[in-house]
Design a protein around this ligand. Structure first.
Ligand code: RAM
Length: 343
């Protein structure tokens, strides 16, 4: 299976990534002002939704690995909170510094658009990954997996876990997150079409903050005493919800699935709080975003459909419609395979 191969590669390269991170942690962006027209300016800065999220630590380590391979300069900056406009000041600063490209996971499809377009006018390449902006605000979007596939896998998992009928709720990230909102809309469609006996009673937002997500889980259980399951399409939310359930009387009674990292979910699979959840390989996502940024900076691609570029150990990728590059398929983790993964 494709993911299995990628995950093994990621595991093997974990030590390499650590070394790369150690070597690049102190680098700052190129200050030669060479954004515009400087085809060799391989200073690429990763801007996650917020700092302190292991998902982005892993994706950005993948970016650092790629950038070290092709001899660019890696940096990471980001806000403490995943609010709609918290990334704007970072984008403005990076544009002033003249980086070659920014790889950003957007907290809002619109709020950072003006800043991104000003950066583009200054010659900075804009690659969104994980969570997109409106397409006209960036050059490329590196999509982790097909949005419909991401929606379906989570709905199928919860349906299986609650026996195809009952009440479920969604614990999401921030209310404006482009990626979660797209997946939730598709989950609603899929539920209505395929699972008429499952009722989605509520969607709440933990803001990709651990404590807020924990509190929202408690609130859901209090408000909906007949709740059968929770889908949390965010690694922060699912791990906080699992932690809450694992010490509550709802453990084993209320099913939980969604998108999680194996390392954050391992204990909760071991203790029976969670039976299965999904994700992709975040390190590969960051790695691919970095190679796409390089190809953009070097003028090898513009973001037009049909453009092709080399992505190191992942092979060759082609840009699809709307400037989107697709990494691969989501993957389901459970007690049988979680031991094979370390991220
Ligand atoms: C969180 C973030 C990220 C999302 C993952 C699944 O880490 O919300 O954007 O892709 O979960």
């Amino acid at each position: 299976m494709m993911f299995g191969r990628q995950a093994r590669v990621a595991t093997v390269s974990a030590a390499v990534v650590s070394l790369v991170l150690a070597a690049t942690a102190c680098t700052s962006v190129d200050d030669d002002g060479g954004g515009s027209g400087d085809g060799d300016n391989l200073a690429i800065t990763f801007l996650p939704k917020n700092l302190g999220n292991p998902y982005f630590d892993t994706s950005n380590a993948g970016g650092a690995e790629a950038i070290a391979e092709f001899g660019g300069e890696y940096a990471e900056v980001g806000p403490a909170e995943a609010t709609p406009d918290s990334q704007v000041s970072f984008i403005n600063t990076l544009a002033q510094q003249g980086v070659g490209a920014i790889a950003v996971s957007a907290n809002d499809p619109e709020a950072i658009c003006d800043a991104l377009n000003e950066a583009r006018d200054a010659g900075v390449g804009i690659v969104t990954f994980d969570s997109d902006t409106n397409p006209e605000c960036r050059d490329l979007f590196i999509n982790q997996a097909d949005a419909e596939g991401i929606a379906r896998v989570q709905v199928d998992l919860i349906a299986e876990q609650i026996g195809g009928a009952g009440e479920i709720a969604i614990l999401s990230a921030s209310a404006n997150a482009t990626n979660q909102n797209a997946w939730i809309a598709l989950m609603e469609d899929y539920l209505a079409a395929e699972y008429p006996d499952i009722t989605l009673v509520d969607t709440v937002y933990g803001d990709d903050d651990d404590q807020t997500s924990f509190d929202r889980t408690a609130g859901l259980l209090q408000t909906y005493p007949d709740l059968d399951g929770i889908i949390s399409p965010t690694t922060v939310g699912i791990s906080a919800a699992a932690r809450y359930l694992s010490t509550s009387s709802a453990q084993g009674q209320v099913a939980l699935t969604g998108l999680g990292t194996p390392n954050q979910m391992r204990d909760f699979v071991d203790d029976g709080t969670v039976t299965a959840f999904a994700l992709w390989n975040p390190a590969d996502l960051g790695y691919l975003a970095a190679y796409a940024a390089k190809a953009l900076i070097e003028g090898e691609i513009t973001g037009a459909a049909g453009d092709e570029f080399d992505a190191g150990r992942l092979g060759s990728y082609e840009v699809g419609p709307d400037g989107t590059v697709l990494l691969g398929d989501p993957f389901v983790f459970d007690a049988d395979n979680i031991g094979d993964f370390d991220f």
